[in-house]
Design a protein around this ligand. Structure first.
Ligand code: FE2
Length: 169
């Protein structure tokens, strides 16, 4: 475990859906938000039909808003990525729904910058100011779910404004 306040879940969380806590109406703690993300991840009919892929820009859709948080659905074609960014004062929970994503950050260890390969069911919790880059380095599309708290008033990954307008559509 790194010192940057993250959480890595080993194995496939979707295999233990029956152990999950019921979804709370208004999550407010990191554990609540992680639980909310796992609940949505396990409820495929809730998000699968909404996913779109866009070769010209990363695609995202605001799935849900609540008091103090937002839930975003993102798709990633092979090669699409964010560039290095952070989420300002917001914390976040990233959950991979489909495909494989790679996270890199600038925290250097004995083998250089940290790099994590995130498979479906993998979940990462980001503290405010956590600097990272997410990219689909694989040959298949990927889908991920992002909870931000407080909610992002801009786009979840500092995307261009024109993309923000698309996400609202
Ligand atoms: Fe991010």
């Amino acid at each position: 475990m790194n010192s940057d306040s993250d959480l890595q879940i080993a194995g496939d969380i979707l295999e233990v859906v029956h152990l999950l806590q019921p979804e709370r109406e208004h999550p407010s703690t990191v554990a609540d938000f992680a639980g909310l993300a796992r609940t949505i991840a396990a409820d495929r009919p809730r998000w699968e039909h909404l996913v779109r892929y866009d070769a010209t820009t990363r695609w995202y859709h605001r799935l849900r808003t609540g008091p103090g948080y937002e839930v975003w659905l993102l798709s990633w074609l092979p090669g699409q990525g964010t560039g290095l960014h952070h989420h300002g004062p917001s914390s976040g929970v990233l959950t991979v729904l489909d495909g494989t994503l790679t996270e890199r950050n600038t925290a250097s260890g004995p083998s250089g910058p940290a790099r994590r390969v995130l498979e479906p069911g993998a979940q990462r919790v980001f503290a405010p100011g956590h600097l990272h880059e997410i990219v689909n380095d694989s040959l298949e599309p990927a889908v991920s779910l992002h909870v931000y708290f407080p909610g992002m008033t801009e786009m979840p990954m500092h995307a261009p404004a024109r993309t923000a307008a698309r996400a609202e559509a």
